[in-house]
Design a protein around this ligand. Structure first.
Ligand SMILES: Cc1cc2nc3c(=O)[nH]c(=O)nc-3n(C[C@H](O)[C@H](O)[C@H](O)COP(=O)(O)O)c2cc1C
Length: 159
C-alpha cells in the first residue's frame, strides 16, 4: 500500500476490543480493532482476523467468540494482547485478568470490562488476507462510565 493509502485509511476510527476464544482448556485473548456491528436484527458483529493469529483457528474450530470492549484504563492490556501470541504466552495468566463464566458460550467474560458480547459464529468469509468472522450476539453485559478505546492514526485514544 502506498503511504497515501495508509494515511487515508488510518483516519478511520476503529474500536479496540479483546477477542476471546476457548478451545478445550485453553483460553486465549487477542486484540482486534477491525470490528463492527453489521446487523441490528439479528444483532451481529463482524471481526476481521488474520489466519496467522493463533485465535483464528480457535474461533473456526469452536464456533464461538467473546468480544470485550476496552475502556480508557485498558491501553496496556490492549498492547500486551496485541503483541504476544497465545501460541507461546498464556496472556490471561501473565496479566492476571479476572474472568467470569459466559452466560451462553464456553468462552469466559473479562470481569469489570466496559462490555462483553457473547457471539455464536454464523458465517466465515475469507477476504483479502483476513477472515471475517460474523457472530450473532447471544448475551452481553456492560457498565457505564469508562470511555471506549479507539485506534486512530495508529494510536490508542479515548473518545
Ligand atoms: C491495537 C491493535 C489492534 C489489532 N487488531 C487486529 C485485528 O483487527 N485483526 C487481527 O488479525 N490482528 C489484530 N491485531 C494483531 C493481533 O492482536 C496480534 O497479532 C496478536 O499477537 C495475535 O495473538 P494470537 O496469536 O494469540 O491470536 C491488532 C493488534 C493491536 C496492537
Amino acid at each position: 500500500m502506498t503511504d497515501q493509502l495508509h494515511q487515508a485509511v488510518h483516519l478511520l476510527p476503529m474500536p479496540v476490543t479483546l477477542i476471546g476464544a476457548k478451545d478445550g482448556d485453553q483460553h486465549n485473548i487477542t486484540t482486534a480493532a477491525w470490528i463492527n456491528q453489521i446487523s441490528w436484527n439479528p444483532l451481529q458483529l463482524m471481526v476481521s482476523i488474520s489466519p496467522q493469529r493463533y485465535i483464528h483457528d480457535m474461533i473456526a474450530r469452536t464456533g464461538e467468540f467473546m468480544v470485550t470492549i476496552m475502556g480508557e484504563g485498558d491501553r496496556a492490556t490492549a498492547f500486551f494482547c496485541g503483541t504476544r501470541s497465545g501460541r507461546n504466552t498464556d496472556k490471561l495468566k501473565e496479566l492476571n485478568l479476572p474472568t467470569e463464566p459466559g452466560e451462553v458460550i464456553a468462552v469466559p467474560r473479562i470481569k469489570d470490562a466496559l462490555a462483553n458480547l457473547e457471539c455464536k459464529l454464523v458465517k466465515s468469509i475469507v477476504s483479502g488476507n483476513h477472515t471475517l468472522f460474523i457472530g450473532e450476539v447471544a448475551a452481553a453485559d456492560y457498565k457505564k462510565g469508562p470511555r471506549p478505546l479507539v485506534l486512530w492514526q495508529g494510536e490508542l485514544i479515548t473518545i
